[in-house]
Design a protein around this ligand. Sequence first.
Ligand SMILES: Cc1cc2nc3c(=O)[nH]c(=O)nc-3n(C[C@H](O)[C@H](O)[C@H](O)COP(=O)(O)O)c2cc1C
Length: 187
Amino acid sequence: MEKVKISNNVYIPMPMTILGTKVNGNDNYMAVGWICRINANPPMLAMGIGTHHYSLEGIMENKEFSINFPGESILKQTDYVGLFSGAKTDKSTIFNSFDGSLKNAPLIKECGLNLACTLVESIKLPTNTLIIGEIKEAYCNSEFVKSNTILYKEMLAFFLTMPDNNYWSFGEPIGKAWSIGKELIIN
Ligand SMILES: Cc1cc2nc3c(=O)[nH]c(=O)nc-3n(C[C@H](O)[C@H](O)[C@H](O)COP(=O)(O)O)c2cc1C
C-alpha cells in the first residue's frame, strides 16, 4: 500500500447542525459543522465558532444557545444560514422557533432534534472560539425517537465534508459498536 503525504489542513467528517442564538433580542441561526460531544456526565458538546461571527455575540451575551439537527428537506435553508451573517441579513424568519426553559436558546421547529444548552466555557483559539456547552434539555420529534434511541437516519440528518464542501446522507449500519470487535477474541 502506497501512502502519500497530504496537507495537514485536514477536515474530518462532520454532522450538520444549526446554531440558534438570541442576538440583540432577535433570533439568529448559523450553520455549524465543527461540533462534537465531549463529556459523558453532564452531557457536554463543543464547537468552533469563527471569532467574528454574529452568533458568538449572542452566546457571550446570554450564555445560552441551541443546537438543532436539520433533515434533508431543509438542506437549502441550512446552507443559507451558513452563507449570510445576521449582522447584515435578518435570518430570524427562515425557521419557526419554540422555547424550552432557556429563553435565549431558540429551538427550530423544522429540525427533528433540538438541544438547549448553557455556556460552560469559551476559549479563544487563533481564528475560532471554542465553545463548550452543557446540554440542559433535548426535544425530538416523536416519530424520530424509539426506546430512547434517536433515529437519525429516519430524520434524514446529514453530514459535511470539506474542502469538497459536500453534504452527505446516512448510509447503512455496518456493525454494532462496542460489540463486533469481540469477534476477534480468540477462545
Ligand atoms: C456547511 C457550513 C458549515 C459551517 N460550519 C461552521 C462552523 O462550524 N463554525 C463556524 O464558525 N462557521 C461555520 N460556517 C460558517 C457560518 O455558518 C457563516 O459564516 C454564517 O454566515 C455566520 O453567521 P452569523 O454571522 O449570523 O453568526 C459554516 C457554513 C456552512 C455553509
